[in-house]
Design a binder for this molecule. Sequence first.
Ligand SMILES: CC(C)(COP(=O)(O)OP(=O)(O)OC[C@H]1O[C@@H](n2cnc3c(N)ncnc32)[C@H](O)[C@@H]1OP(=O)(O)O)[C@@H](O)C(=O)NCCC(=O)NCCS
Length: 110
Amino acid sequence: MELGVDLVEISRIRALAKKNPKFLTRVFSSAEIAYCRAKKDPWPHFAVRFAAKEAVYKALGRAEIPLTAISVDRPASGRPVVRLSGRPARKLKLSLSHGREHAVAFAIRL
Ligand SMILES: CC(C)(COP(=O)(O)OP(=O)(O)OC[C@H]1O[C@@H](n2cnc3c(N)ncnc32)[C@H](O)[C@@H]1OP(=O)(O)O)[C@@H](O)C(=O)NCCC(=O)NCCS
């Protein structure tokens, strides 16, 4: 079993996206963008997904996988599901949380 955790400043993600219009489409899947954009304030949701990619990357160890291949699916049940290159990764478990300033993601590889 391996663990990974990441903490992200929400304002940093917002600033990156404002500075570079291609940032969001480079980093996030279209489903992630649609999920976040539907929220009143999308930035905590983008930030926590960014944290999720880094946490999963850490839990995978030295796997040579680009951050963009990791995405977060959000089924109606609520619990986020990791996808690797679009496929559900059942051995990866994720827990996400966001506050006013920070977003945190915790990943476990079973
Ligand atoms: C699901 C719940 C725990 C989320 O907690 P929160 O403090 O509102 O929000 P957080 O910032 O900590 O977490 C949000 C993330 O949790 C994740 N999440 C949502 N529902 C979830 C669930 N059922 N299981 C696991 N993770 C869930 C999501 O990834 C969400 O982020 P996203 O919308 O960007 O994808 C909360 O809404 C809830 O339903 N609580 C029920 C328990 C309760 O009533 N407690 C009261 C005190 S006793």
